[in-house]
Design a protein around this ligand. Structure first.
Ligand code: G16
Length: 583
């Protein structure tokens, strides 16, 4: 019978990928991650899991990406995307853990049988499932993709579709699109980026033949601009942009579309081509954000040019500027500042739509929410709050931020590491669309209100609604900078970051640290928080927290203070306590 066939297949696949004794996997911040050569059992089981998830959701497409993102080239991992393109629902994570750690085929079968019963998943009958797969450029990628395929095929009725070598956000976008009945190939993804980028520009003052910035500048934003230092010359409206592709997949994809992006001249370094360098090694968004130095492949000739850096699977984005030819230090624009730019832009468009005193008396009420984590620089949070914006905090991990952002009409979320996006509620988007339609027919030559609505529409199509996406984020940044006629310097000086330091500490068992209050406080071991508080009290503007990483076997320490030396010293002394207590 089909029931027997199902059992047979599960026992069979589990015996093909046995779990080495003593090996434990844990579903962390972004799925399973470890040395790529050891990942096959976990990846195969993630295949089983993804197929079951699709069966549970009546055959909706689910996604699997084989990647270890910003981690070293030898690592690999697996992330699972839900039908809406977001991360897999968190209440399935304990099952993901249990499945990955099932010690033998029988134990695995029993786990699955119990789980399908508890979750009411159709079993052994007529059902379908589809799983889209993608992988990044890691050498273990193909091998692990094969393990995932075998896991998927172990579920009767499941259909796997290999979408090829992709950025993580591309795969998330494809899953979301497929379930919405929208065309979901890579070329559809590119078309959406290119078309919405063009649409945005066609509603900018320059394209409209108006060089009167004031025309589209609301009172609110005029007040804001007074806070922004005047441009220092530099690269105002410069089209040249150098992108560090981390020797990963993002640079490859950018090369494919850059010729069609008029308005910006993109040069890709660390593009992943043979001989250019190693994935994420001395390059990429994580390296630039943590080390604050230029990535490999940049030279003094690049001083003053606007630069951006992607991570290995192109779901993170930061910007930077080389400050001088004499050292390799950079002025960094991290996720917090990208978030601030997006928030300013969106707030400005809403303001133009709602308060510009236009004859066209139409409004668009919107709840705008900002989501950050404890890693957000304190200066960014203060800046956003000063704008009167609602700022909320979640633990680290896009899965938490994204969910929170969906509570608003427009939710903007970013981690300081450059991982984030803007999500628009469907209801809000249909209101925006009908408003744009009304305005386009009523206004003579298009009112300021109409163009603001169209820019917002274009932004909603440009920015990936499924997950943080470095390519779509980069294009939205470029569009907004050009629209605002802002140089890198204008952007960088929106506010000054408080000096900060991040350290990693190796401990015996990182899970012995338990945190609370969006990771800002340690609840266990209980003495640790007291020690952190005591150290922090010694510094002006001191702030410090520790948390176990969900992607590496370390405890992370973050400290902020009014000088770099103080931030360093606070981080060091707290790291010392962590080592002492848990090392
Ligand atoms: C993943 C998550 C991010 C998180 C990062 C670091 O990023 O998607 O949300 O900020 O890990 O997590 P942790 O501090 O727990 O190691 P990526 O780019 O590696 O997928």
């Amino acid at each position: 019978s089909q029931e027997q066939e199902q059992r047979r297949r599960l026992l069979d696949v589990a015996s093909r990928f046995p779990l080495p004794s003593g090996r434990r996997f844990s579903y962390g911040t972004a799925g399973f991650r470890a040395d790529g050569a050891t990942m096959a059992p976990a990846v195969c089981r993630a295949g089983i899991l993804a197929a079951l998830r699709s069966v549970k959701l009546a055959g909706a497409a689910v996604g699997i990406v084989i990647t270890a993102s910003h981690n070293p080239v030898g690592d690999n991992g697996v992330k699972i995307a839900d039908p809406d393109g977001g991360m897999m629902a968190q209440h399935w994570e304990p099952f993901a853990d249990a499945l990955a750690n099932a010690p033998d085929p029988d134990a695995l079968l029993q786990l699955v049988l119990q789980f399908v019963k508890d979750e009411g998943i159709p079993w052994g009958g007529q059902h379908t499932a589809q799983v889209l797969l993608g992988r990044d450029t890691r050498p273990t990628g193909e091998y692990l993709l094969n393990a995932a395929l075998q896991g998927i095929n172990a579920i009767v009725g499941a259909h796997a579709i290999d979408m090829g070598i992709l950025t993580t956000p591309q795969l998330h976008w494809m899953v979301r699109s497929k379930n919405k009945g929208i065309k979901a190939s890579e070329s559809d993804y590119f078309t959406q980026l290119i078309d919405s980028f063009r649409l945005f520009f066609s509603h900018c003052p320059a394209a409209l033949g108006s060089h009167d910035g004031e025309l589209l500048t609301s009172n609110f934003i005029r007040r804001m601009l007074e806070l922004v230092p005047k441009d220092k010359g530099g690269d105002e409206l410069a089209k040249k942009l150098i992108v560090d592709g981390a020797n990963g997949i993002g640079g490859v994809k950018l090369e494919q579309i850059k010729a069609e992006l008029s308005g910006v001249d993109i040069i890709v370094r660390n593009s992943g081509k043979e001989g250019e360098g190693i994935l994420n090694h001395m390059c990429g968004a994580d390296f630039v954000q943590k080390e604050r130095v230029t990535p490999h492949g940049f030279s003094p000739e690049d001083v003053g040019v606007r630069c951006a850096s992607l991570d290995g699977d192109a779901d993170r984005l930061v910007y930077f500027h080389m400050s001088s030819a004499s050292d390799n230090k950079v002025d960094l624009v991290d996720g917090d500042k990208i978030l601030s730019l997006f928030a300013l832009f969106i707030r400005e468009q809403l303001d133009i739509i709602n308060n510009n005193g236009s004859q066209v008396n139409k409004s668009l009420p919107a709840r705008l929410g900002i989501v950050q984590t404890a890693y957000a620089n304190g200066a960014s949070t203060q800046f956003l709050k000063n704008l009167g914006l609602e700022v909320v905090f979640t633990p680290t991990g896009v899965k938490y931020l994204h969910k929170k952002a969906l509570e608003y009409d427009i939710g903007i979320y970013f981690e300081a590491n450059g991982h984030g996006t803007v999500v628009f509620l469907e209801d809000f988007l249909s209101q925006l669309e009908s408003l744009s339609n009304e305005l386009s027919s009523e206004a003579v030559n298009g009112s300021a209100q109409y163009h603001a609505a169209m820019r917002l529409m274009a932004a909603s199509q440009l920015i990936n609604q499924a997950v943080g996406d470095a390519l779509s984020g980069l294009l939205l940044v470029e569009a907004i900078l050009q629209y605002k006629r802002w140089s890198f310097q204008n952007w960088c000086e929106l506010y000054s970051d408080l000096p900060s330091r991040q350290l990693k500490v190796k401990v015996i068992d990182r899970s012995s640290i338990v945190t609370t209050d969006a990771e800002t406080k340690v609840s266990q071991p209980s003495s640790l928080q007291e020690l952190i508080d005591k150290e922090t009290a010694n510094y002006t503007h001191g702030r410090c927290f520790v948390r176990p990483s969900g992607t590496e076997d370390v405890v992370r320490v973050y400290a902020e203070a009014s000088t770099q030396a103080e931030a360093d010293s606070l981080a060091r002394s707290v790291a010392h306590h962590v080592e002492h207590l848990l090392g």
